[in-house]
Design a protein. Structure first.
Length: 231
């Protein structure tokens, strides 16, 4: 199930139990948002509860999103970039830092002789953030001029649950891992968030505006959901 909270969409699962006496919400990295409830509680009641706790849920989702890692990366692993998955080669050298490069359709990651997975994940995060800043800043400028919608701020912050967000003050934040998506999907994410400057919801008017600048937006939404299951 899902509920709308401003520009956010909160997806959640419901588990019911005969033994449960109260309804409560849990948010964690592995399961997302789960509502545990007694058997007699209706879906509409649960949805209302989720909406009443939406601010807290969004905050918790941001917290667990910051903990997301890429898993154990070794030579032979694969990382997504611009819609495709590419081979990773780890190259150990006499150096102090980790450098992530993408050359000739391959990730080459230069590391010290001794390093840990946390440091490697952080270096990969920096790679995606740098590429996102380079690409998305240009796209925001391009589509802002076309749509006549200008954000007060554009930032980049990792998230487990969303590709981008737009605050009530028209501050747009993108998940750097948007760089894992194809170029057309990245453009869709940018258009989607810019449209939230005009409409702080997912109303008919909002989707009508999206369609004006990306006629196949429904297909793009489907592609995003499919991609999310891959990563």
């Amino acid at each position: 199930m899902r509920v709308e909270y401003g520009t956010e969409t909160i997806e959640f699962k419901i588990t019911r139990s005969k033994k449960a006496k109260n309804t409560y919400i849990t948010v964690d990295r592995d399961n997302g948002v789960v509502v545990k409830a007694p058997e007699g509680v209706l879906d509409d009641e649960i949805a209302s509860m989720v909406k009443s706790k939406a601010k807290w849920i969004v905050q918790k989702l941001e917290e667990v999103g910051s903990e997301v890692e890429h898993g154990e990366i070794v030579t032979g692993s694969r990382l997504f970039y611009l819609g495709k998955s590419y081979y990773v080669e780890i190259i150990r050298q006499n150096r102090k830092d980790i450098e992530v490069t993408f050359i000739h359709s391959k990730f080459k990651i230069y590391t010290p002789k001794h390093y840990n997975q946390i440091e490697l994940n952080e270096a990969i995060d920096r790679f995606y953030k740098q590429k996102a800043e380079e690409k998305i800043t240009k796209l925001v400028k391009k589509f802002s001029a076309t749509m006549k919608l200008y954000p007060e701020y554009v930032g980049f912050r990792k998230s487990k649950t969303k590709w981008g967000s737009c605050s009530q003050r028209d501050r747009i934040t993108f998940n750097p891992e948007v760089m894992k998506l194809s170029s057309s999907l990245i453009e869709y994410v940018v258009i989607h968030e810019l449209a939230h400057i005009a409409y702080k919801n997912h109303s008919k008017e909002f989707w009508k505006l999206i369609k004006k600048y990306m006629s196949d937006y429904t297909e793009k939404e489907k592609q995003l959901r499919v991609f999310e299951k891959k990563v």
